[in-house]
Design a protein around this ligand. Structure first.
Ligand code: MSP
Length: 654
C-alpha cells in the first residue's frame, strides 16, 4: 500500500540576527508534527530554510562592512547560526532552502514573468512616503508620529515606478477560502483576516522595488527587484522543483498539508499566497496554521529591547529534549505564551523529574532489585490493574485526536495523565511490601510489567517531542525495536513477558529552583549586556541652527582652581573657576559619578559663561561646563571637556 504523503513547512527565517527562542518554538513544533506523522507511517517531507533578500539585510551588511551574501552566509552557515541551531535542536527537516540558492532565484524570475504574462502583474506607480537616509518607502500607516519608523527622521512624499499584483481580482475567492473552508486554523485567525483585511477591501499589491538591489532582479526590467514576500512564499514550491530542475518531487508532495506560521505572517500566507497560487494555476495548500508568539514578560521579544531568550543557553544547560518538551508542553500552540524561567524550571521538576523520570527510575530500579533485572513470565492480575491498563491502551486515540489538531499541549497532557496514574499505581500496590512475601512474587512481577508497559506506550507517543530521551527510556525498560512503533502503541502486552531492564543514569535530574533561577537570571543579564552595542552615541541633530544664534553662546577656557562635592548631593561638584575676569566663577555640575575633585583641580575646561545663573542645592551656578557623553554596553559614560593647559583662562572659543 502506498504511504500517505505529508508535506509540512516552517516559515523561512530572516537571517538578519541570530534566531531566538521564539523561532525555536515554531521550528520545534513543526518538527514534532513531522516526527509524529512519520511515526504514524506517513511519507513526510519537512521543509525549512532562510529568507535572505531585502533591504534590511542589505543595510545590515553595509553597516557590517561586508557583502549581503557574506552577511547571510555567516548567520545561516556560521557558528551558532541557523543550521547549527536546528542541528542542536534535533530538527529532522528533509530539506533546507535558502532563497539565495540559484535554482530558487531563477525560478522566482520565471514565476514573476508568468504572472506578468498572464496579466496579473502590471506596471504602475507606487505612491508613498520616502525616507532619504534609509532609502525606504513607507505607507502613511507605517509611519510613527509622521516620521520614518526606522530612524525617526522626517519623510517626503514620493512616487516610484513599480509592478503590482492584481490581488483585488482574487478577493472573492480568497474570502470564500477563508470563510467557507478549514484552510486557515485556528478558526480565530479567520476573523482577524476577514475583518482586518478582506472587509476593508483588498488592494493590488506592490511586488517590485527599485530603492535597493539585494533581491531577485526582474529579468525583463533591470533596476526592479522582486518584492521579498513573493520571492519568499514561493520557496514552498521551488524547494520541491517548481520552475526548476534542482528537485523533482513537486507532484509527489504539493500541495502542502500544512504551513506552520506565526500570527503576524498569517496575512501573507492566507491571503497573498493563495491569490498568487490561483494566478499561476497551482493547487492551494490544504492548511495554514497560525500559531501565537512566545512573549517575555508580556512583551514581544526583540534584540533592541534586550529581552531575547537564547535557545543555546537553555539547551546547553537543561538538554535539548527538555527544552523541546517545555516549549510544547507549556504553551497552547494557537495562542501567545508568556515565557519565564520559573515556568521552565517548574516544568522540568514537576513533569520530567518527578513524574516521568521518577517513574522510569523507580520501576527499573525495582525490577533490578527484586528480580535481578529480568521479569519472570507468570502473571497474577488484579481488578485494580484495569484502570491503568485501559488508560494506557486507549491513550493513542486521545493523543492522535489532539495531535491532528496540532494541540501539542493537550496531547502531552493526555500522556502525563497516564504517567501520573502509573506513579499512583506504584503507591497503591506498594511493591516494597509485596517483595517481602515470597508468595507475592508473581503479583509483584505483574505490577512491574504493568508499569513497564505503561512506560513503553507513553514513550512511544513522546518520541516526536523528546526523540533522544525516548531512545534512552526504551533501552532502560528493555523495549525492543519491534514494540516501539505506532502500531503497538494501542496494543497492551507488546513488551516481551521476560523483559530485561537496565537502570541507566537519571534522565531528568531535579533542579534546585531557587539557586538555579538566580544563576540563570545572572547569566541572562550578562548576555543582555554583551548584546548591547559597544559604543552608542546620540544621532546628530538634523535641524540647523543659524550662525548668529550659535555665536550668542559665549564659550571660554576656564582654569579649575578648586573643586568639592556639594553637601547632601550625590551628583553635584562645585567648581571654583578662573574665567580670566579676575573674579571667581562658580559652576555646579552633576558629574561626581564620573570624577573625584582631585582629578580635576588645576585642569583647563570649557564653560558656557552667558547662561542665566541657576540655583542648585541653594548655590547659584553661573554657566555650564562642557562634557562629551556616550554609552558603552548600555552604560552612560562622560568625559569633561579638558583642553590644552597652555590656553589662558578667559580665551574665547568659537
Ligand atoms: N521571512 C519571514 C517568513 C517567510 S515565510 C515564506 C519571517 N521570518 S522571521 O524570521 O521574522 O520569522 C519566522 C517565524 O518565526 C515567524 O513565523 C514568526 O512568527 C516566528 N517568530 C518570531 N518570533 C517569535 C516569537 N517570539 N514567538 C513565536 N514565534 C515567533 O517572518
Amino acid at each position: 500500500m502506498e504511504r500517505k504523503k505529508f508535506y509540512i513547512t516552517t516559515p523561512i527565517y530572516y537571517p538578519s540576527d541570530k534566531l531566538h527562542i521564539g523561532h525555536t518554538y515554531c521550528t520545534v513544533a513543526t518538527d514534532a508534527m513531522a516526527r509524529y506523522k512519520r511515526l504514524t507511517g506517513c511519507d513526510v517531507m519537512f521543509l525549512t530554510g532562510t529568507d535572505e533578500h531585502g533591504q534590511k539585510i542589505e543595510t545590515k551588511a553595509r553597516e557590517a562592512g561586508i557583502t549581503p551574501q557574506q552577511f547571510v552566509d555567516n548567520i545561516v552557515e556560521g557558528e551558532k547560526g541557523v543550521k547549527d541551531l536546528w542541528k542542536l535542536m534535533n530538527i529532522s527537516n528533509d530539506r533546507f532552502i535558502r532563497t539565495t540558492d540559484k535554482y530558487h532565484e531563477k525560478a522566482v524570475q520565471r514565476i514573476f514573468r508568468k504572472m506578468y504574462d498572464n496579466g496579473d502583474i502590471y506596471k504602475g506607480s507606487y505612491k508613498g512616503k520616502y525616507c532619504t537616509p534609509c532609502e525606504s518607502f513607507w505607507t502613511e500607516s507605517q509611519l510613527v508620529d509622521g516620521k520614518c519608523p526606522d530612524c525617526g527622521r522626517p519623510v517626503q512624499d514620493a512616487e516610484e515606478e513599480a509592478y503590482f499584483f492584481r490581488l483585488s481580482k482574487y478577493a472573492d475567492r480568497v474570502r470564500h477560502l477563508l470563510e467557507d473552508t478549514d484552510f486557515l486554523q485556528p478558526k480565530s485567525r479567520v476573523n482577524e483576516m476577514v475583518n482586518n483585511f478582506i472587509k476593508p477591501g483588498l488592494e493590488d499589491l506592490c511586488v517590485s522595488r527599485t530603492s535597493f538591489t539585494w533581491g531577485v532582479p526582474v529579468d525583463f526590467d533591470p533596476g526592479h527587484v522582486v518584492y521579498v514576500w513573493v520571492d519568499a512564499l514561493f520557496n514552498y514550491m521551488t524547494a520541491l522543483g517548481y520552475e526548476n530542475d534542482a528537485h523533482d518531487d513537486l507532484r509527489k508532495y504539493w500541495p502542502a498539508d500544512v504551513h506552520i506560521v506565526g500570527k503576524e505572517i498569517v496575512r501573507f500566507h492566507s491571503i497573498i499566497w493563495p491569490a498568487m497560487l490561483m494566478s499561476v494555476g497551482e493547487p492551494l495548500p490544504k492548511h495554514v496554521y497560525g500559531h501565537g508568539w512566545l512573549v517575555f514578560n508580556g512583551g514581544k521579544m526583540s534584540k533592541s529591547l534586550g529581552n531575547v531568550v537564547d535557545p543555546y543557553l537553555l539547551a546547553e544547560r537543561y538538554g535539548v529534549d527538555t527544552l523541546r518538551f517545555f516549549l510544547l508542553r507549556t504553551f497552547p500552540f494557537g495562542a501567545d505564551g508568556n515565557f519565564s524561567n520559573e515556568l521552565l524550571i517548574n516544568t522540568i521538576n514537576v513533569d520530567l523529574a518527578n513524574c516521568l523520570g521518577n517513574l522510569v527510575s523507580r520501576t527499573t530500579a525495582m525490577v533490578e532489585k527484586y528480580f535481578g533485572g529480568t521479569l519472570p513470565t507468570e502473571r497474577e492480575d488484579s481488578d485494580g490493574d484495569c484502570e491503568l491498563k485501559t488508560m494506557a491502551a486507549t491513550l493513542r486515540d486521545r493523543y492522535e485526536a489532539e495531535m491532528e489538531k496540532l494541540q501539542f499541549q493537550n496531547a502531552l497532557a493526555e500522556i502525563f495523565k497516564v504517567l501520573d496514574r502509573a506513579n499512583k499505581y506504584i503507591d497503591e500496590n506498594a511493591p516494597w511490601v509485596l517483595a517481602k512475601d515470597e508468595a507475592k512474587k508473581i503479583r509483584l512481577a505483574t505490577v512491574m510489567y504493568n508499569l513497564l508497559e505503561t512506560v513503553r506506550i507513553c514513550t512511544t507517543l513522546l518520541q516526536p517531542f523528546m526523540p533522544e530521551s525516548c531512545e534512552k527510556i526504551f533501552a532502560a525498560i528493555g523495549a525492543c525495536e519491534c514494540c516501539r512503533g505506532w502500531d503497538k502503541a494501542n496494543v497492551w502486552g507488546s513488551l516481551r513477558a521476560d523483559v530485561t531492564v537496565t537502570k541507566g543514569e537519571a534522565l531528568f535530574p531535579r533542579i534546585d529552583a531557587e539557586k538555579e533561577l538566580q544563576e540563570l537570571a545572572a547569566i541572562q543579564e550578562a548576555q543582555k549586556k554583551a548584546a548591547l552595542p559597544n559604543l552608542e552615541v546620540e544621532p546628530l541633530t538634523e535641524e540647523n541652527v543659524d550662525f548668529d544664534t550659535f555665536c550668542q553662546c559665549d564659550m571660554r577656557a576656564v582654569k579649575i582652581k578648586a573643586c568639592e562635592p556639594v553637601k547632601k548631593s550625590d551628583k553635584l561638584l562645585k567648581f571654583t573657576l578662573d574665567d580670566g575676569t579676575g573674579t571667581d566663577r562658580i559652576i555646579l555640575s552633576g558629574i561626581h559619578k564620573f570624577y573625584e575633585p582631585e582629578q580635576l583641580i588645576g585642569k583647563t575646561a570649557v564653560a558656557i559663561v552667558n547662561l542665566p545663573p541657576r540655583k542648585m542645592m541653594g548655590i547659584p551656578s553661573c554657566g555650564m561646563l562642557l562634557s562629551a557623553v556616550h554609552k558603552e554596553k548600555g552604560e552612560e559614560k562622560l568625559h569633561l571637556l579638558l583642553v590644552d593647559d597652555s590656553i589662558p583662562a578667559g580665551a574665547k572659543l568659537g
